[in-house]
Design a protein around this ligand. Structure first.
Ligand code: GLU
Length: 280
């Protein structure tokens, strides 16, 4: 039985791109269970009013979930900022495997790691292996403490997976992505750890999200492997782009679900009409 999920980050109003990806996620889980999880770890950018608006907008679109912050469920809480004890536990599980190490890097890298690295933002330079500490560094730590932690990727190994929508994928560790942050020195997990921890804890069997997170999937597969957890199947939806081919997230004026609704557009139009039609 499929367990799918919607995992919005409440940094703004959801737009037509979100609407379409989430509708697809809901459709693919239609014969199973759909879970709603608010990913609000970035306290500086997330706001409760956006979290509430996302729920309202997705309900208006006709999406229905059986577990979530507004309806509860066996895996509550469904809000990441309330799940820190679990994330710390997963840090400990990783720590035992010897795959992570403490790392002192720039503040910018840390800020970037808070939210999912959607493709264009994923210009993070590959972490130079020369800056890695020796193997075993930090092994004695029992708590993450006020330090960043990175996952040591297996250089040169090709990480492959079959995406249900995009077909076969291959990313080379150390070339396409480097050692990535799993924990931040301010006491919060980085996106890659939090999303894997929660998808596993909530029994997610299929992850549906935008194609701009394909590279993150390679990182996440390494976390599943290190933790000895079964990975879900993956389905990355094509991104909605504007007439210039720009990802919608960069230009959402007039295209948030709320604005379209206020303009009298129907849920069906939001989900299927061309952007030109929607902007008219
Ligand atoms: N909260 C993440 C985002 O909005 C979700 C990414 C994911 O589905 O894994 O980008």
């Amino acid at each position: 039985m499929t367990r799918g999920r919607l995992a919005p980050t409440p940094t703004g109003y959801l737009h037509v791109g979100h609407a379409r990806t989430f509708a697809l996620a809901a459709a693919r889980a239609a014969s199973g269970t759909l879970i709603y999880r608010t990913e609000d770890l970035d306290a500086g950018r997330c706001r409760p009013e956006f979290a509430a608006a996302a729920i309202e907008d997705l309900r208006w679109l006709g999406l229905k979930w059986t577990e979530g912050p507004d309806v509860g469920g066996p895996h509550a809480p469904y809000v990441q900022s309330l799940r820190l004890p679990w994330f710390r536990e997963v840090w400990s599980l990783l720590q035992v495997t010897g795959t992570i190490y403490p790392c002192d890097k720039s503040r910018k890298d840390v800020e970037r790691s808070l939210t999912a690295p959607h493709a264009e933002d994923d210009a993070e330079p590959i972490f130079p292996p020369a800056l890695r500490p020796p193997l075993g560094a930090g092994r004695e730590a029992r708590e993450p403490g006020p330090t960043n932690w990175r996952f040591r990727v297996p250089d040169g190994e090709t990480i492959t997976f079959i995406d249900a929508l995009q077909g076969p994928q291959a990313f080379v560790a150390g070339r396409d992505f480097g050692d990535f942050l799993v924990w931040r020195k301010d006491g919060f997990p980085a996106y890659e750890l939090a999303v894997v921890a929660d998808d596993h804890a909530m029994g997610i069997t299929e992850v549906v999200r935008g194609a701009d997170l394909l590279l993150s999937t390679a990182r996440q597969i390494l976390l599943y492997r290190a933790l000895g957890w079964t990975q879900p199947t993956w389905a990355h939806a094509p991104l909605v782009v504007d007439a210039d081919g720009k990802r919608l997230a960069k230009r959402t004026a007039g295209l948030s679900i709320r604005e379209l609704r206020q303009k009298g557009k129907t849920p069906e139009a939001v989900l299927t009409a061309s952007l030109d039609q929607l902007l008219r």
